[in-house]
Design a protein around this ligand. Structure first.
Ligand code: NAD
Length: 313
């Protein structure tokens, strides 16, 4: 049970999950096609760093085009993170790419996994499947009502995973991740953009009035949960993976001011279609299954991300 396939290993979350698995003695096969949704150099550097460990084997390619039976050879566990992320860019013509990478690739991978005897398939779902439900904290039992095309594709991937579980007994677990942050966060995500703007002495752009609230989840909490899920294999479960507290963007900016000790200008731009007003995960089921409550303090997590940003810009 030591061979894991991580799809999207070059990405933000994929990098940290892979690193964590390698540190725990797993053998990891990573796959990534280096989508150009943000500068590929971030992803290439992540893979180069992981390749310093001999237990890491990397295959470059698109899940839609690769020989998946070959990719899955000898694999016990699949952690499926590969996707085209981002709510705001999922409208219009771009949607086709979201379908290809988030839905079709997931279906092809599940279809291939069905022919193997893998012991666990973890699908990285998203809080975006909930949409603008005012009844927070959000419980897994709530009716999903995505507000963005991206959310629709993540929900489709989740549903597909459960379809393969119900029909073929493929041991799937879906984790609904709530806005993840920390070092190596994607450049299109808010904290990364804010810190970068401060470092470059540029204006910060906030979409909306800044009163929107998010449940931010620190990357180390995500990796810790993943490790427990691998150990416990709660197949058939759909679980929220959130930090368990919510904070507004304006409050975050105050903390960022304290951490960076810099003055900065904020421009409030029009609210973006697809953005929701508030997220907060109910993590009762996650903690009853894993015995773990994500608890990294936002101030500590933001300090770590700032330290990283200062090094790269
Ligand atoms: P990321 O873009 O940094 O990583 C995704 C990686 O998948 C990229 O390196 C990309 O090149 C690769 N990829 C995409 N399509 C592929 C394909 N067809 N074949 C091979 N590789 C492919 O994104 P991330 O922030 O690390 O997110 C990882 C996963 O977690 C995604 O599924 C995302 O939907 C989910 N998620 C992330 C967050 C978050 O806050 N970051 C929140 C909820 C859910």
């Amino acid at each position: 049970m030591k061979n894991v396939l991580v799809t999207g290993a070059g990405g933000f979350i994929g990098f940290w999950i892979t690193k964590s698995l390698l540190e725990r003695g797993f053998k990891v096969r990573g796959v990534d096609c280096f989508l150009p949704n943000y500068p590929k150099i971030f992803k290439i550097q992540n893979i180069k760093e992981l390749q310093q460990n001999r237990s890491f084997d990397f295959r470059e390619g698109d899940l839609n085009l690769l020989d998946l039976m070959n990719l899955l050879e000898g694999i016990d566990i699949v952690i499926h993170l590969a996707a085209l992320p981002g709510v705001r860019t999922s409208w219009g013509e771009k949607f086709e790419e979201y379908l290809i990478h988030n839905v079709l690739a997931t279906q092809k991978l599940l279809e291939a996994c069905k022919k193997t005897d893998i012991k666990l398939f973890i699908y990285a779902s998203s809080s975006s499947i909930y949409g603008d439900n005012p009844n927070i904290p959000l419980k897994e039992s709530y009716l999903p009502m995505p507000k963005s095309p991206y959310g629709v594709t993540k929900l489709a991937g989740e549903n597909l995973s459960m379809v393969y579980y119900r029909n073929y007994g493929l041991p799937c677990v879906c984790l609904r991740l709530f806005t993840v942050y920390g070092p190596k966060q994607r450049p299109d995500m808010a904290f990364h953009r804010f810190f970068k703007a401060i470092k470059m002495e540029e204006e910060i752009t906030v979409f909306g009035d800044g009163n929107q609230k998010r449940d931010f989840t620190y990357i180390e909490d995500v990796t810790e949960v993943l490790m427990r899920i691998i150990e416990l294999k709660p197949e058939g479960k759909i679980l929220n993976l959130g930090g368990g507290h919510t904070i507004s963007i304006n409050e975050v900016l105050e903390i960022i001011g304290d951490i960076t000790k810099k003055k900065f200008k904020v421009k409030y731009a029009k609210e973006q279609k697809g953005d929701v007003h508030a997220t907060l995960a109910d993590t009762t089921e996650l903690s009853s299954i894993t015995g773990f409550v994500p608890s990294t303090d936002i101030v500590d997590g933001l300090k770590e991300e700032w330290e990283w940003i200062k090094k790269i810009y």
